[in-house]
Design a protein around this ligand. Structure first.
Ligand SMILES: [Zn+2]
Length: 111
């Protein structure tokens, strides 16, 4: 506590316990998003955010595997941002269709 972080939770991802823990979480979740089943851009999320529950930062039970899309949604909700605008939603659905009928891989970053 009392330290200032560039970005909330950054210290967790620099901890040397994190890589093994992250892998353990993905393995437990079958290398897919626990919300939607996607295997695309998987990230390991803290169910109770690190910024409010630091003591759970390295607890496997507090981790869940999310795809990039679900993770972005959860983070936005936690930060009090509204859901995606209709424009962004349309764009996302378009990308999803592209993924379903792969022509070529397009790298797109959320946020
Ligand atoms: Zn997902």
């Amino acid at each position: 506590m009392g330290m200032k972080y560039q970005r909330h939770g950054t210290w967790v991802y620099r901890d040397r316990r994190w890589p093994a823990l992250r892998l353990a979480a993905k393995r437990r979740d079958g290398f897919k998003c626990v919300k939607c089943g996607s295997r695309h851009r998987l990230e390991v999320d803290h169910i109770e955010p690190v910024r409010t529950k630091q003591e759970l930062a390295f607890e496997l039970i507090n981790l869940q595997t999310l795809c990039g899309g679900c993770h972005t949604k959860k983070t936005r909700r936690e930060l009090g941002f509204p859901e995606l605008s209709p424009e962004r939603r349309a764009w996302r659905d378009l990308l999803r269709d592209t993924t379903r009928n792969p022509i070529e891989h397009i790298g797109v970053k959320d946020a």
